[in-house]
Write a protein that binds this ligand. Structure first.
Ligand SMILES: [Zn+2]
Length: 147
């Protein structure tokens, strides 16, 4: 998207500065300017897409493959990397602040203090609710696959 106000489009088109670590015909990867940890990289589609739903499948695949390769490169290139988190915030409620979809690749170091809430819900769903959610999701997924 040419001439828009999207900072990621500007980076991809070379009109804004970034520490570009990778680029191919589908995706670009550059350092996050306010990194959670050193080596925090963003993988973005080259074509502007605000959210996951509007990404082409091939582009979405390449984002994940690139994140996988970056994870290996981070472990090899930076000392002390003991883990990697992948994070994609899809929508404002999920914490998305730049509305050009992007996958965070975040290296983790011992004692870095970064945390994500996980597995500590006060009121976990019942088995009936889990079964109902599973049924609705799998049904909807089949219709999306076929569209
Ligand atoms: Zn954009």
């Amino acid at each position: 998207m040419k001439g828009n106000n999207c900072v990621f489009c500007n980076i991809i088109q070379g009109e804004a500065q970034a520490y570009l670590v990778y680029q191919d015909e589908l995706v670009s990867a550059f350092l996050d300017i306010s990194p959670i940890n050193d080596g925090h990289v963003l993988v973005v589609p080259n074509v502007h897409a605000a959210d996951l739903a509007t990404l082409e499948d091939e582009t979405a695949k390449q984002m994940f493959v690139t994140a996988k390769r970056l994870a290996a490169a981070l472990r090899a290139a930076l000392s002390g990397v003991e883990g990697i988190n992948l994070l994609l915030a899809d929508g404002q409620m999920a914490g998305q602040t730049v509305f050009h979809s992007h996958l965070h690749v975040i290296p983790r170091f011992a004692g870095d203090g970064v945390g994500f809430p996980h597995g500590n819900r006060q009121n976990p769903p019942t088995e009936a609710a889990m079964a109902s959610i599973c049924e609705r999701l799998s049904e909807r997924l089949r219709s999306i696959d076929n569209s």
